[in-house]
Design a protein around this ligand. Structure first.
Ligand code: COA
Length: 176
């Protein structure tokens, strides 16, 4: 069966995850450049568990972190989409928009293109009132995507799941 396509952009398809995405995502999550601003890289089991959590949210909510496929060569290159976030803070529970791509596909505007299309899809279809995004203060690349898609800076917060004193604990928060 063909995977469901939720969103199409000039260069990308945002679709359900398929089995052949798994190994690519496993390799991405072992890449220290991709995971530079996360507490650690992920092993195979951790990546498969995260794919399971994404699939569960997609089933339960009807939206989620979509697998992103390039139209030109058909490759799965990462994800962009929505995630219901529940860690303890002044803005949660909330729906966040997030992104992660293979290094070879960085710097070509894919994250921005997919995220803009997601915001448009939310405006027309999902109609979730507030969409948040956050990342480590050090992750300027990701923050730049937030700015480019028109999200508004809300300030900083300390991520409760990251230890006090850890350089990745301070986060920026944006809202759309
Ligand atoms: C963040 C990420 C998704 C961006 O993907 P991408 O497809 O390269 O993003 P885009 O090409 O759409 O835009 C990236 C922007 O960041 C800018 N940028 C790149 N490196 C930068 C840096 N060190 N400092 C500031 N801006 C930077 C680019 O110039 C570009 O902005 P511009 O168009 O104004 O020039 C990608 O780097 C990634 O997957 N990182 C690892 C996972 C991650 O950190 N996810 C976010 C966790 S919250």
């Amino acid at each position: 069966m063909e995977p469901r396509i939720y969103i199409e952009t000039p260069r990308l398809l945002l679709r359900d995850w398929i089995l052949s995405d798994h190994q690519v995502f496993i390799d991405m999550n072992k890449d220290e450049r991709v995971m530079e601003f996360f507490p650690s890289v992920l092993n195979d089991e951790e990546t498969l568990a995260s794919i399971g959590r994404i699939a569960t949210q997609m089933d339960d909510l009807g939206y989620g972190l979509y697998a992103v496929q390039r139209k030109d060569d058909g490759r799965f290159i990462g994800f962009t989409g929505f995630y219901l976030t529940c860690f303890e803070s002044h803005f949660t529970p909330c729906v966040e928009i997030g992104w992660r791509y293979s290094v070879d596909d960085w710097g070509q505007g894919f994250a921005t293109e997919a995220a803009l299309a997601c915001l448009d899809y939310n405006k027309k279809i999902l109609k979730i009132k507030d969409i948040y995004s956050f990342t480590a203060v050090l992750n300027k690349r990701s923050e730049r995507v937030m700015q480019k898609i028109g999200m508004q800076y809300q300030g900083t917060f300390d991520h409760p799941d990251i230890a006090e004193g850890h350089p990745l604990r301070p986060h920026v928060l944006y809202r759309y």
